[in-house]
Design a protein. Sequence first.
Length: 662
Amino acid sequence: MPTRLSRLTSHHLQDLVFLSDPRLTADGQRGFCVRTRVQVREDGPPRYHAEVCEVDLTGDDPPNALRALTTGRHDADHPRPSPDGTRLAFLAKRAEEGERQVHILDLARGGEAHAVTTLASGAGAFAWRPDGRALVVLGSDAPPAPEGEVVVARTVARLHAKEDGLPAPGIRTAPARQAWFVDPERGRTRVLTDLPDGVTDAAWAPDGRTLWLLAADSVEEADDWYARLWRVGVGARGNVTRAPRAVTGPLLRPASLAVAPDGTAVYWLGPNDPEQLASPTGAWRVPAAGGTPTLCSGAHDVSPAVGGDARHGRYPAGPVATGDGLMVIQHREGASVPALLTPNGELHTRLPGERATTAFAHAAGRTLCVVETPTRPGELTLIEPDGSHGSVSAENADAARRFARSTFEGPYVSPEDAGGAAWWRLLPAKPRRDHALVVQVHGGPHTSAGYGFSFEHHLLAARGYTVVIQNPRGSASYGAAHALQVLGAYGGGDADDVLGVVDAALSAHADPAAPVHLAGGSYGGFMTNWLVGRTDRFRSAVTQRSICNWISFYGTSDIGYRFAEYEVAGTPWADLGRLWDQSPLKHVANVTTPTLVLHAEADHRCPIEQAEQWFTALKRLGRADTKLVRFPDEGHELSRSGRPDRRMRRLDEIVGWFEGHA
């Protein structure tokens, strides 16, 4: 008889296993990934621990467990098999005071992995040379800033001086990462580049003599969110045979380089409108001999951006160049699946919809990907050349039994005169007596709600709430027109869409008079603040990592100086009225909805001054019950990758607020 499961609580977050960074050997016969689990410790708070694992690709039913290849208390990730499949390189550190370095494990002989880099500030991403005798590593040999150093003053000289994810005050001090040639057999390491703001990505040409790079031509160009494609000639022993040369002009936020198997073209991902960051992500191509970049993917969105809170680690999403075209991830109507982009621009999907593929690897016709559904956290799926597919991991099988209690339904569409936005609902197994709903607004805004997995949503359903998610104007995966409508008009049609979904969800609900609670983070936090200033129809609200004042956001966020110009279409000195008109703080005196404010103190994306302004105004006005909960040492990603005990506290605060305002 199966063990009876207790009701889901925030502490069950610690039972989740996070799979990331799938990899395949060149022949497609061996697979690898990173497995991250929560370690509950007696001598300190819980922490994440990442290890590199081998994946059994035999297709046994049920799938075999992953086999850990790394040991020890330090994290290991970024597995990359050598071209001949005999060795596995990965990133790890071996001492508390050390930096992450590239290590290599002999897959045939086994034994201990050994470090092949000793860069003072550590190593980042890397790639094997096609002959397997060398690697290109992105890193720096400049010493990092000493920890615990008493700071007398900090000098800031560049515009993009802050970065979310860094400890307060978030000032960037790490040296720029250059491209390094590493010969693991001879122990030879030499730097290949000296570019002004470092290198963000690198890929070898098939002949192993040309290296393609993404890097800005100046610090000012990097601060403006542009970079260029560069070519470097590299000799057999790592000598630079052709100095770095930019082969394109400035490209808006390019990422994820790939080189054609015959070396004739280079590909990358970037906005499909080269001047519009909010446009769908497209695949771009330039001939290796030089020329004008061309968009390969047309209007298709080929980068996954489906929301979820059960991911931890790296999630590479292509493109991968093959003889038949590009393997990418199609992002469409709240779903994301692997697809082959043919040379004529057609997309042929490799999995059915109604799921979120968050990362993939492709080799020898096989695709290994991390796939989640609204009722199942991420697991590994193997897609064969003939299109057949099946799960090759079951790390979350036990935990998933708890999530199967809720029922996910949709998509539905709100009436056309109410915006026509797509929405879904997660129905509880045992509804509350008041049949209450929680309406969630996703972040971005150029991401999407849909077929990703959310522990938070299931926790609310376990408490009897019906959870409603939606994709109002501004959301990704519905084409450029849908995404761009929000620009310069935050709080207009997008707010109408959210309220239209509320009406539609109530009309379809068991009790159309049920109370409705509201929650959202980042852009969703902006929308929460905006809506409670516009209407009193919500029983209570939780605003998280939110924005209330675009004027102060412009100069305090790590991305504010560009984001506000792109999204809100203004600057404080030239368009003060426009920024203020789109700021929820303008309407804070209207708020009567009980509002919980959650914010991380080291959030440099939506700085905590935004929460402080909103809370102070609500408290001073005294028209709405309010509370501010601050989380130390956490950034913008608190809800997704913050320390586990802080994530659990956050979840408990949300549930407690709704239940306290029933």
